[in-house]
Design a protein around this ligand. Structure first.
Ligand code: BGC
Length: 269
């Protein structure tokens, strides 16, 4: 086997180039969310995971030290030494973490690129979690080939948003924090709100409907992609969402979107 590979490398320079290109497209994606932290290596040419997804619960309190220890542990268990893309559930500008609504507030003001770089020993790219999920959906999932205005919303611990105009991301939109009936949208209509308030699907779908209509009135998107873990159960709530002008579709990559988008962004950076 080893002999055959050696022969192929010696005799087929085109094959060598191909092998080298393939390895360049392999990047570690790490997705930090309000409830879980996930990692896997990704082929950024195809969007496929190359290793089994590793997952640990987000520690509480989710302080920088506690979260970074888990990220470092995941990198070790993935046995990784190349590039890495990391998502964070907050606003990221110039590598600095500006908000952390669902993690410990002591994150705010941290240079995330430096901190995650030091914790992992890797060359790290950092971006918002919903932006990462959107980037992956636009390339490999429900938004593939879509032009015009596309709004991706991730319904999880909070509500994340990613806005695309003709395929170009407008970063850090933070539409989960708009106010609906005097309350932040993510406090009423996230998956977390559905779980803690033990809402029936119809009651939760009504809240989501309110929220989507509000977003439509502000942005008039052509397409809305609903992501986050709950998108797996889209049959329970999507038929109850009515009267929107935008096309509404569930995300295709579901729980892997953040990991894939993080890796893609690191690869292009
Ligand atoms: C944060 C966003 C994040 C979303 C989903 C919100 O609370 O402000 O940055 O994308 O939660 O995690």
């Amino acid at each position: 086997m080893a002999y055959a590979l050696l022969l192929r490398l010696l005799l087929a320079p085109a094959g060598v180039a191909h092998l080298m290109e393939a390895s360049v497209a392999h990047v570690l994606g790490i997705d930090i969310g309000g409830s879980g932290i996930k990692a896997a290596s990704v082929d950024t040419d195809t969007g496929q995971l190359l290793s089994e997804r590793q997952k640990q619960e987000t520690p509480r309190p989710a302080t920088p030290d506690a979260v970074m220890a888990i990220v470092a542990d995941l990198v070790k268990s993935c046995d990784w030494s190349g590039k890495a893309g990391v998502t964070f559930p907050g606003v990221i500008s110039g590598g600095i973490i500006r908000t952390a609504a669902n993690l410990d507030p002591s994150w705010v003001g941290t240079n995330g690129v430096e901190a995650f770089g030091q914790a992992t020993g890797l060359n790290v790219t950092l971006l918002n979690d919903a932006d990462a999920a959107g980037v992956a959906e636009m390339k490999f999932g429900a938004g593939k080939g879509e032009r015009g205005t596309v709004l991706m919303l991730t319904l999880g611990t909070g509500i994340g948003s990613a806005l695309f105009i003709d395929g170009v991301l407008v970063p850090n939109t933070e539409f989960g924090h708009v106010e609906i009936h005097g309350k932040e949208a993510e406090k009423r209509a996230s998956e977390h709100a559905r779980e803690v308030e033990e809402l029936h699907w119809h009651a939760w779908a009504e809240r989501l409907d309110d929220y989507l209509r509000h977003m439509e009135a502000l942005l008039w998107p052509d397409l809305i992609i609903i992501g986050g873990g709950v998108s797996r159960k889209s049959d329970k709530f999507m038929p109850r969402l009515t009267g929107l002008h935008a096309r509404l579709v569930p995300a295709a990559l579901q729980n892997e979107a953040g990991i894939v988008g993080a890796a893609m962004t690191a690869d292009s950076g």
